[in-house]
Each structure stands twice: as C-alpha cells, then as structure tokens.
Design a protein around this ligand. Structure first.
Ligand code: DGT
Ligand code: CA
Ligand code: CA
Ligand code: ZN
Length: 583
C-alpha cells in the first residue's frame, strides 16, 4: 500500500493552516491536489523518489506542491508547514472535524481563548466562553456542544476502508515469515464493522519473540507501541496494529475469541455454560466433572481448540460467519439451524449506480461500461446526477441532457459486451419530492435512483416521512445512500428503519447499500431490519471511475452484516430479473 493518503493528509493540514491565516485561493489549490494525490493509482512515494517532475504527473499538482511532496517524503517534514504549525499550534484536523468549525474559527478561538484541542474547545463551550468571543454567539456555542461528541468519536475510530488494506498487508507480511504457521485477521476488521478501533491479527507460532521483532521491522510500521513474546503492537498510518501470538493447537479458540464481538462472545459463553461447558481463548472444555470451573483457564476435558469450526461444533453450533457476530440473534439462529445463507461476493452480477463524465464521474459512458464488463459484471446502470441542490457544482443533468445522454447510452449499448441500463440519480428534496427531473423523462429511463443530497446531517429532526415519500414515488426504483451519512464526517439523518423498510417492501423499491467505504449506507442493523420486512436491497458502488467497482466487496460484507441472502439483493439477479423488478 502506498502513502498517498498520508501525504494527502499533510497537504490538507497545510491548506487548513493557510486558510486560518486568511490566505485566499492557495488553500483550495492544495486541497484539490491532496484529493488527487489520495486517488492517484500509483504510490506517491515512488513518484517522489523519481523527483518533483514525476510528482507533477498528478492532476492539480504544480511545481510548488510537488517540491513539498518530495521534501516530505525525503525528510518527513515540510519546512513551510512547520512554520505554519508554529504560528498556530493547534490540532487543526481534530478541531475542524466539528461541524461548523472551520480554520478561521479555529484561529479566532486560539487567539481569544487559547483553544488548541477538542478538549479545550469542549471546555470553552461548556464554560460559556465562546459566546463572548467577538463574532460568536450562543448559537455557535450550542452548535459546538451539539457536534463535539461526534467529532470525538470520529477521532477514535478509523474507516474500515483504511484498515482493511493495512490488515491485508500485515497478514501477507506475517504469512511470509518462516516462524509463522497460521495467520488471520481478527477483531472488528474481520467482522467488517464500518469503523475500527484497531487492527487485530492472530498468529500461530512457537517463536513469538521473533514474530514480534519482525513486525516492528515491517516497512509500514511507523512506531512500536508494545513488544513482547505474545503481544506486539505497532502504529501504521495512524492505525494501531495488534498482533497476538498463540500456539497452533489453540489457534481456533483464540481466533474465535479475538474476532469478537465482545457481546457475541458473552452469548456464546452463556450458551456453553448451559451445557456444562466452558469456552475461552484456549478452547472449549467439558467442565461437568469439575468442582470449580473457574479454578484455571484450561480446566476439565478439552473438547476443541484447533479450528473455529471445531469450537462452534463443540458447542453444538454451526460455524457463524464473522459479519454476524454482533449479538443480534445469531447464536439462537445457529442453535436452531436458522442461520441465513449469506450473500457472497460472486453473487453480485452487476452495478445499478455509476457515474460518468456527464456529471461528476471521471470517464465516458463507454469506458464505465467497458470497466464494468472487465470487472466481471453482466450489466451496469449509468446513473448520473440530475441537477439540483447539493449536487457538486453545476454537474447535474437537465431533462434535455438526459435525453441526449440516452442516445449515447443506446449507441454504447449496441457494441457493449454486457447489458446497459440508462438511469439517473435524482435528488430527494427536504419534502421527499423527486422534482428535478420531469415525470416523462423519469418514465423513459430504465432505472431511477433517488438519493438525498441536501438537508443532510442530524439537525433536521426525524426524516422518515421524507424517505418514505421518495420510496413511494412511482418512478423511483432504488433509494440511494438513504441516510446521507459520511462515516466520521457527517452523521446519518434520523429515520425509523422499520417504517422505511415496510414502505420499501410495499412499494417494491430497493434500498441501497452504498459500497463506498465513506458511506456504507445502509448498514448492518438497518439492512437486517429491511431484509426481515421483506424489502429488497441493492448493493451498489456509486462508482465515479472504473477502479471503484472493486468497492463492491465492502457493500457485500455490509449486506452480510445485515443477514442478507442473494434472494434479498436486486443486483444478485440476472439482467432479466432486474428488468422484471424495475417494470
Ligand atoms: P474495535 O477495535 O473497537 O473496532 O473492536 P474489536 O471488536 O476489534 O475489539 P478489540 O480490539 O478491543 O478486541 C478484539 C476482540 O477481542 C473483541 O472483539 C473480543 C475480544 N475481547 C477483547 N477484550 C475482551 C473482553 O474483555 N471480553 C471478551 N469477551 N472479549 C474480549
Ligand atoms: Ca480491534
Ligand atoms: Ca485490539
Ligand atoms: Zn451517486
């Protein structure tokens, strides 16, 4: 994995610090460059090693930014950034994570009150100090109090989309060591939780010390947090990576234990106690003949420990997929033989939400269609943004644009290797109207995705009616990223999942599981409600370039966290099956 994300973060910090000082234009230039660095398919450190000219191959990166990138990769610092940090010694990323707090606000609050951290900000707001600062008032202060908690939570957890590549990397690195017999990712990363506190990896080895030493020398480890024969932790790109080393015979029990969730493990443990068994990270034990089962860790007769399957089997349970291990009824279902036959990666046959350069996508219709075919899909829907509030810039399509695009899509369809649906991503306004495309254009399209793009966040009160109105719109086929959340960035809007699910099931409208790792919207518990109500789910990527089709795995595993089976998923059907649903 590359350091693009890290370098982008540094450029964004510089942009924020410049903006805080009142510098015009330049901050946005740096932000645009940062965003392109983040998305660039090659490792920025490799470009930097070639020199500033190579870095300038990235869109929006000129001479000045390129030389800073080279300086950072070579020395770990940027002199001008250090100077800005001295002028405004605050944690600007943490502070600007609070909704409504921008760089200029940070500057004012530092000057007036010495606010440097989230803790300082919260204390100042709670103490009523902010409303007395010139240019601020009680409303700003209340806004800060309302949003500081979300920002704090966001600080503590990283996106699964950032954690999984690191977990995969460390797994591959450890698997290559001679001392390592088995290695698996565990914890929330293995359960595909949308955010993770840290990355847990379990290793079977007789040489824990050597494995720990090797991890600290891993080229992606920035810092060693803990080093020992059974437990070693390093920091890699902000994330804490914990490895635990166990003996091979107990690997299965340890994997079950360290995969969690804690609540799942508690229910499993109680299930064991009911059978006079004991389960822990060392195995499953028959303690029916034991006076004091708590006398030690390995008491009684060991029934299982080598594999996870053995562990569950010794408790009379089938193996439970990690995505289900959230204590939402999976142990009871397993005991009753009622576990769902979960959606699998290769069940997904197509993508019903993708953008092209007609709106804010990167590529032509033809390229997006070819990319979908290459990815292995049987069909793809082109669903560019309709014009309307909340749509980035003026990139949305009018009725006329959509009619014109229909001709291009028809032409591409002629030569395409896969089925091509023509659609639109229309906007669900604050009242639930889908008003920016006329009804006759909507009627002519194969598929209509309707998504909220304005009035987002959690300040608007309950939005159930708004979402239900969109779901019940006669032309709407899919409700896109229903909650509007951006994980760690913007809270989901408030809505009643049960009511939405029932309305969607009745109207025959699919609810999207948007696979973008920043969204994962809908998510596990709500998908579970939807599926139980008989609603159909669509696992879409919302791709803006062909590389994003691969995000579908995040959507699939999110749908699995919601107990979804292939039969619940619209785009697990073949193209004719999709047509049937759309008609
Ligand atoms: P995270 O890191 O906050 O995203 O969540 P997890 O689930 O990865 O939790 P973590 O890293 O604290 O621990 C990994 C697993 O180890 C956890 O899912 C279950 C197990 N575990 C850790 N501490 C306890 C405990 O006190 N009791 C039980 N039953 N299990 C624990
Ligand atoms: Ca963890
Ligand atoms: Ca951990
Ligand atoms: Zn979209």
């Amino acid at each position: 994995m590359s350091r693009n994300n890290e370098v982008a973060g540094v450029l964004e910090e510089y942009a924020d610090l410049l903006e805080a000082q009142g510098v015009d234009y330049k901050p946005n230039t740096y932000r645009r460059a940062a965003s392109n660095v983040r998305d660039y398919p090659e490792a920025v450190e490799d470009l930097a090693a070639e020199g500033a000219d190579a870095v300038q191959r990235i869109d929006g990166v000129g001479e000045a930014i390129a030389s800073k990138v080279v300086e950072y990769v070579e020395t770990g610092e940027i002199e001008e950034l250090e100077a800005e940090r001295e002028k405004l010694p605050v944690d600007i990323e943490e502070l600007t994570a609070v909704e409504g707090v921008g760089p200029k606000t940070v500057r004012k609050l530092y000057d007036a009150l010495g606010v440097q951290t989230l803790d300082d900000l919260e204390a100042a707001a709670e103490g009523g100090e902010i409303q007395d600062v010139e240019g601020f008032g009680p409303k700003t202060e209340q806004n800060i109090l309302d949003h500081v908690g979300f920002a704090r939570q966001a600080q503590e957890r990283e996106l699964l989309g950032d954690g999984r590549p690191i977990a995969e990397d460390v797994r591959a690195f450890l698997a290559d060591l001679d001392e390592v017999d088995r290695v698996e990712v565990a914890g929330s990363t293995r359960r595909w939780r949308e955010t993770i506190g840290d990355v847990d990896v379990l290793v079977a080895s007789d040489a824990g010390e050597a494995v720990g030493e090797a991890l600290t020398a891993w080229d992606r480890a920035d810092e060693t947090l803990d080093l020992g024969p059974t437990k070693t932790s390093v920091r890699a790109n902000r994330l804490r990576v914990d490895i635990r080393v166990v003996v091979d015979e107990e690997f299965g029990a340890a994997l079950q234990y360290f995969t969690g969730s804690k609540d799942h493990n508690v229910t499993v443990r109680n299930h064991a106690i009911d059978q006079a068994k004991k389960v822990n990270e060392y195995g499953v034990f028959d303690v029916s003949e034991v006076d004091d089962p708590d006398a030690g860790q390995r008491v009684g007769e060991r029934l299982a420990s080598e594999t996870e399957e053995d562990v569950y089997d010794a408790l009379g349970l089938p193996w439970i997929p990690p995505e289900l291990r959230e204590d939402r009824g999976e142990v009871e279902a397993a005991a009753a033989g009622d576990l769902p036959d979960l959606l699998a990666d290769d069940d997904v046959r197509g993508d019903l939400h993708a953008h092209t350069e007609w709106s804010d996508g990167d590529l032509a219709v033809e390229e997006m269609v070819a990319g979908a075919a290459e990815f292995g899909h049987d069909y793809v829907a082109v669903t560019d943004h309709a014009e309307g509030p909340g749509v980035f810039g003026d990139s949305g399509l009018s009725d006329d644009d959509l009619r014109e695009q229909a001709e291009e899509v028809a032409a591409v369809r002629e030569d395409a290797a896969i089925d091509v649906f023509h659609g639109v991503e229309a906007n669900v306004d604050a009242d639930g109207n889908v008003g920016d495309v006329s009804d006759d254009v909507l009627a002519d399209l194969d598929v209509v995705v309707a998504s909220p793009h304005s009035g987002l966040g959690d300040d608007g009160g309950d939005q159930t009616e708004r979402l239900i109105a969109a779901v019940e719109h006669p032309h709407v086929d899919v409700l896109g990223h229903p909650s509007g959340r951006l994980i760690n960035d913007r809270p989901a809007m408030e809505f009643d999942p049960g009511a939405l699910a029932e309305a969607a099931a009745d109207a025959g409208t699919a609810l999207e599981v948007n696979s973008n790792p920043h969204r994962l919207d809908l998510w596990g518990s709500v998908v579970q409600t939807a599926v139980e109500a008989g609603a159909t789910v669509a696992v879409n990527t919302d791709a803006h370039s062909t590389s994003e089709y691969a995000n579908v795995e995040y959507g699939v595993h999110t749908a699995r966290r919601g107990w979804a089976e292939a039969g619940d998923v619209l785009n697990a059907r073949d193209a004719d099956g999709v047509r049937e649903f759309l008609d």
